[in-house]
Design a protein around this ligand. Structure first.
Ligand SMILES: Nc1ncnc2c1ncn2[C@@H]1O[C@H](COP(=O)(O)OP(=O)(O)OP(=O)(O)O)[C@@H](O)[C@H]1O
Ligand SMILES: [Mg+2]
Length: 363
């Protein structure tokens, strides 16, 4: 098993810079997630690592060895694609055996048999071995696709949105399976997704990518609690973070036409001095707004509930103060009704402040 290092990796297609000066160091045995919206350059990055695409600039290291001149086969990585790439009229067993029968490797019949039974046991697909893959369910096919990657214990697993074609329940189940698999195999996973829940629940570390550029690398906790810019703050978290354009005046943050005037958090005072009389962007996650029926002492604002979504364990409240809209999370036991007036209590110590021009985090 091995680590992966990308240095100044750049790839353009005509006018599009799909991957722009990317630097990543993935540790051996790490579950590393590349997270970004469609077109961000995620697949291109994986293809560069696998050698299926040639970079314009930069270097790829596997296990501290530069593999720029290595063919895909020599790089010894396993690629699990976004769309199943199984041979439909082969049985599951034949699909699993296929990578082991390559001329590059010389496995004996009994070695192949042993490997296939080991992998199918781990993936719980033993009962499917003699079936054709054409009529398996999506989740079963995905397991077989994973199995095909696993049979030959590659240096690194590259996974390109392997769960995106599954239904919600199966996706959740497979998320757990993949985490377990990663633990059991003790291998390096380089996993691509546009789904922030997948990234947050499975990744040891996450890199957030947009338009070919890396915006932040960190643990799920760092990405969620200390986003470096507005893009990362918005991309991670559901319901999404509330962003308010705010003017700074002395020790207050003013939103709208003073519908909301918040006292600045002690710790932010110094950094906000240079923004006096200027605008910033205030970010507050919905769970950092507490709902009450009585006005609280500080940063408590009367608002109307104009829409509410029940999520079972929590209610997402869409709130309104004149033209200012935002969201908060409340426990269902509060039994808050549409049209009701409540108080939104903003936990300013949990706020994120961004420069309104650069959109970079300032505090
Ligand atoms: N072979 C190609 N020829 C031309 N442009 C390409 C090619 N491959 C990718 N691109 C462009 O590079 C950019 C990044 O594409 P890429 O497939 O890496 O994105 P992605 O993050 O994987 O997106 P998605 O989430 O939709 O799969 C896109 O603008 C895409 O159109
Ligand atoms: Mg892609």
């Amino acid at each position: 098993m091995a680590g992966v290092k990308l240095i100044s990796l750049t790839k353009t297609f005509g006018d599009v810079t799909a991957v722009n000066d990317m630097n990543i160091e993935i540790k051996d045995k790490e579950f590393f997630v590349l997270l970004g919206p469609t077109g961000a350059g995620k697949t291109t990055t994986l293809r560069l690592v696998a050698g299926l695409e040639k970079q314009d600039k930069g270097e790829v290291f596997l296990d501290n060895i530069s593999v720029n001149d290595f063919t895909p086969a020599l790089r010894d990585v396993a690629f699990v694609f976004q769309y199943y790439t199984l041979y439909p009229h082969y049985t599951v067993r034949q699909n699993l055996e296929f990578p082991l029968k390559s001329k590059l490797r010389s496995f004996t019949k009994s070695e192949i048999k042993k490997k296939v039974s080991e992998v199918s046991r781990i993936l719980h697909i033993e009962h499917l071995l003699e079936r054709e893959t054409v009529n398996l369910s999506g989740g079963e096919m995905q397991r077989v696709a994973l199995g095909r990657a696993m049979v030959r214990t590659p240096k690194v697993f590259l996974m390109d949105e392997p769960l995106s074609n599954l239904d919600a329940k199966l996706r959740e189940e497979m998320r757990r399976e993949l985490s377990r698999l990663h633990f059991d195999l003790g291998s390096t996973f380089f996993y691509v997704t546009h789904d922030q829940v997948e990234a947050m629940t499975m990744g040891d570390r996450i890199a957030v990518l947009n338009e070919g550029r890396m915006l932040q690398i960190g643990t799920p906790d760092e990405i969620y609690n200390s986003p470096k810019n507005v893009f990362v703050a918005k991309f991670v978290g559901s319901p999404a973070i509330n962003l308010f354009k705010s003017a700074i005046e002395k020790d207050t943050l003013i939103i709208g036409k003073k519908e909301m005037v918040l006292g600045i958090f002690e710790k932010h005072r110094n950094v906000l001095k240079k923004y006096n009389k200027k605008n910033i962007i205030l970010g507050i996650r919905p769970e950092d707004i507490e709902i009450s029926r009585e006005k609280q002492k500080v940063n408590s604002f009367k608002c109307a509930v104009y829409f509410s979504q029940s999520m079972g364990a929590e209610d997402i409240l869409n709130l309104k103060i004149d033209n200012i809209n935002f969201r908060a999370i409340a426990p269902p036991k509060y039994m808050i009704k549409l049209g009701e007036t409540v108080y939104a209590n903003i936990n300013i110590s949990r706020s994120h402040l961004f420069d309104s021009e650069t959109e970079e985090c300032i505090a």
